[in-house]
Design a binder for this molecule. Sequence first.
Ligand SMILES: Cc1cc2nc3c(=O)[nH]c(=O)nc-3n(C[C@H](O)[C@H](O)[C@H](O)COP(=O)(O)OP(=O)(O)OC[C@H]3O[C@@H](n4cnc5c(N)ncnc54)[C@H](O)[C@@H]3O)c2cc1C
Length: 327
Amino acid sequence: MEKILVLLHTEDGQLPPSALETLGLARELGGGFDLAVLGAGAAAAAQHASGGAAKCFAVEGEPFAVSRYATDAAACEALIRASGAPLILAPDTMRFHRALPGVAERLGAAIDTHVVSVSPGGEVQRWYYRQRIEAALRRGQRPWILLVEPGSQTPAALQAGSAPELLNVSCNTRTTVEGFSTPIAGEQTIRPDAPLLFVAGAGWTKKQKDGAVHVDEAAELILDFVRRTQCSLGSSKSLVDLSGEGEAVLPFLTHLHQVGQTGSSPRHRKGLATCCHGEEPHVVGWRFIQERRAVNLDPNCGWVRGKADVVYVADAFEVMRELLKLL
Ligand SMILES: Cc1cc2nc3c(=O)[nH]c(=O)nc-3n(C[C@H](O)[C@H](O)[C@H](O)COP(=O)(O)OP(=O)(O)OC[C@H]3O[C@@H](n4cnc5c(N)ncnc54)[C@H](O)[C@@H]3O)c2cc1C
């Protein structure tokens, strides 16, 4: 196995789960590795994780505390040059996804994103086209930067080691980071680390057995459940599309909640679909959900046809009311 550089960044002064996963992959591969950490509190974070690393480097300080292309690219370039390792493993976070392609250009390196496995023999598997195609590939070009898909590896346990060598990186930038604005209005309901995914379908906004729609009650039941269980909230495409069609909508759902072929494929241990038909373009987004249950009035819905482990043929309004009482 060629020598590896594990290149990580901190989040709030700590190594996030995606960083520990990348470190876990490097340790599993068994060859020698260097460790490099960038960001606020990088030196301390590096020392906590550098057990087993041949060399350890860090870049920290105010300009590198925030995610910004110019400073991140300068720091990563310096860290990669300091190590000299031909293979660089880094987590495929938004921060690195943005900075590392430019670094590869500066170094004359190759780069691949969405990497899900690396074999000791140097074969790499990666996803294309939103996880629908998986390719196995090798490259002769070095250095080779591999951005490892978060959620695809077993995280390493922290193992303290020697203190890192602090690199002094200077970089002029015209960009000042003032903060973040997020497209999600209101409260955060997408929680990738939650054990449970709760999916709302368009049925919540359709006429019910009394001939009326009950969108306000639907919104209350769903949000109450999400808040109490701290689960992650997902949606079908039909439901999030309704707002564009002038129909009654659940105001807290955006296209970021959409699960499915043209939405996301989140990873949760359990999933509960409610008022959602279970059509293939939706269920394809459930491929990483290990245990699936659904509530639908229709005993012929898609979930019944082999797409869920358990289907409750029932009125989701009634089920949720009872469930909330139990909670
Ligand atoms: C190219 C392509 C890509 C697509 N990508 C996606 C995608 O990424 N994600 C996605 O979701 N869809 C996607 N779709 C659309 C998908 O095919 C379905 O149209 C969509 O998932 C249907 O949404 P739904 O199940 O919420 O709504 P509906 O099909 O309207 O189903 C509503 C369900 O609610 C049930 N219901 C109503 N009231 C109650 C109640 N009180 N209790 C219990 N059940 C109730 C009904 O029985 C019904 O089954 C795609 C389609 C295409 C063609």
